[in-house]
Write a protein that binds this ligand. Structure first.
Ligand code: CA
Length: 224
């Protein structure tokens, strides 16, 4: 999951980033509204963590921009401004949640998981599909009690495909979700194919039939 942290307090941005990266997220930072605006325009994020009080930009305008920009990212406002008015304004403009500063990193993660569950229309962090159990919080995949050992990238790709099950996910979407904006030319390379091949091999012991379809020239689809 690719997250943009928009925060002008650089130590706080670094703290959030280091925590979320340990939890398996891929993160990008913007310390000004201008940089955030450019990044939102040119990259695809699953989630924006948005500080409302930026030196060069009204956070609310950034929120409006990213929504007008048809960004599909979920948005959580982070702000020291505990004023009810700001909170209501943010939510009305289209933010998914609001977390007043200071916040605990554990709470931040729970809010992120809740927002992502709502985005994908699921109620719990445990998904059951095709004989698999995926624990989105612990990032574990098992089948009837047997833990299936996946690499970090394999897990990222599998959970992304499963959250978008029965829909074709393009190579570009996978690349952006997994690697962020750092590897633009690689979505055409065979990195993704290698991971998909390994996933098929590891999971075929537990799932029958063709559960992970290649859609030629486009991408992949997890079939429930
Ligand atoms: Ca600030």
């Amino acid at each position: 999951m690719h997250v943009l942290i928009v925060e002008d307090e650089i130590p706080l941005a670094a703290e959030v980033r280091s925590y979320l990266e340990k939890e398996g997220f891929s993160c990008d930072e913007a310390h000004t509204g201008k940089i955030a605006s450019d990044k939102i325009f040119s990259n695809t994020y699953d989630l924006l963590l948005l500080d409302l009080g930026l030196p060069d930009y009204e956070g609310i305008d950034l929120l409006r921009e990213s929504i007008a920009n048809k960004s599909s990212a979920a948005i959580i406002i982070l702000s020291a401004r505990s004023a009810l008015e700001d909170r209501i304004k943010g939510l009305n403009v289209g933010a998914d949640d609001y977390l007043p500063k200071p916040f605990s990193l554990l709470e931040l993660k729970s809010r992120i998981m809740a927002v992502m569950r709502r985005k994908h229309g699921i109620r719990t962090n445990i998904l059951n599909i095709n004989n698999l159990e995926i624990d989105l919080d612990k990032r574990l995949v098992s089948s009837q009690g047997t833990l299936i050992t996946l690499t970090r990238k394999e897990y990222d790709i599998l959970s992304f495909l499963i959250l978008n099950k029965n829909r074709v996910v393009t190579r570009l979407q996978i690349s952006e979700h997994i690697w962020g904006d750092i590897i633009e030319e690689n979505y055409n390379s065979n990195y993704i194919d290698v991971h998909i091949k390994n996933l098929r091999k590891k999971l075929s012991e537990y799932i029958e039939g063709d559960f992970l379809e290649t859609v030629r020239g486009i991408g992949f689809q997890f079939i429930e």
